[in-house]
Design a protein around this ligand. Sequence first.
Ligand code: ATP
Length: 399
Amino acid sequence: GIGRIAANLGTPAYLVGGCVRDFLQNHPMPDIDLAIEGDVRAVAEACSAELSGAQCTYHPYFGTAILRYPDGFQLDLARCRIEHYPAPAALPEVQPAAIQADLIRRDFTINAMAISLDPEKFGEFLDPYGGRTDLQRRLLRVLHPHSFLDDPTRILRGLRFAVRFQLQLEASTRGLLEEALTQNIFARLSGARLWRELKYLLELTDLPAALEELGAWQLWPLLRPTPLEVEPLLAKIRRGQQEIHWFHRHFPDEKLCDAAVLLTILWRDIPWAAEKRLHYWPVTDGRYILNDLHRLSEIPAALAKASHPSAVAQLWESLSLPGILALLAEYPETDTITKSGRYYLLKQRGLTSPLNGKDLQAMGLAPGPQLGKVLRHLHDARLDGAIKDKETARQWLIR
Ligand code: ATP
């Protein structure tokens, strides 16, 4: 339907990018991208009017539109364009163009294929750079020699594709990668753009494989100094992923920055002098991670010494949630530390003092720091099982 609607408006439409690649590999296609040679807004609005139930959102700034169907299916429409990079790693200037020119601005041959939706050429396969052959040979190849210098985020995108689809860097592309690294191209990239790509990387299910690939591509310095021994670090990452799963299973509605857990694990053994190199920290919860990294080494010994449940809970409380999970990842699932941390998260974290500030004031306590202290004691007494409810709390206070 969309191809016909677009054709009626005189603007050919094509399936492009990742969905063509996924289609050729018989992979599910989570999102569908359409390239439109003419007026995106007109096509999107006509589709929304003529096709049942699709809701259209148009973004004038990017010249893109999204069509959302009631069943969750989504189509992204973008104007075919060429890009010009005014400087290495700068954001591109864009101009409208035809499909062939649109394909060459893309990152890799495997992402530079298109399928026509135009009723007259329906299904015509456009593959000017040999993406299909590269996919069959499992090769990752850029479209032109300046590609990584124009946009170094492509290097990390490439790494993700290499891991997801088991691709090798094609020989000349490997040369271009080395050249881009020699030119220290990532230093020109803004911290926010670099961090976004690294976060996608950390979210890969097969993160251990991605980190191995990161080493093979000489890219460890983007994340941390190259580890002397990779395997123990990867084992900890696997444990970290287990703890993240455990947490999401038990707290499906609670937000957790998975990447912060993994970063804490990755940065745990870095000498402090290296901190400054991690210039994208401000974008994550860097402050918390830093605090955790300073505290983590002390916690296990302190836990061993803690005599009351309230003392144990206070130690766990001194870490952020990602910091707790990162520490659990250092121990086997059956270790007492893991059990203690999980118990804190499941049972102790949510406990509050049975009496609140108002109750205490009604009992005659003046507001101020003293009241805060009493609340803290009540909270500890609750954790230690000395009180259960308002009544036992009152009696405990009077005693
Ligand atoms: P995924 O399955 O991860 O979504 P995708 O290929 O669809 O894979 P997107 O980030 O959605 O990834 O990008 C869609 C298409 O846009 C890509 O296939 C590629 O052709 C193009 N593209 C995206 N980012 C870049 C980039 N930095 N440089 C060049 N082309 C890009």
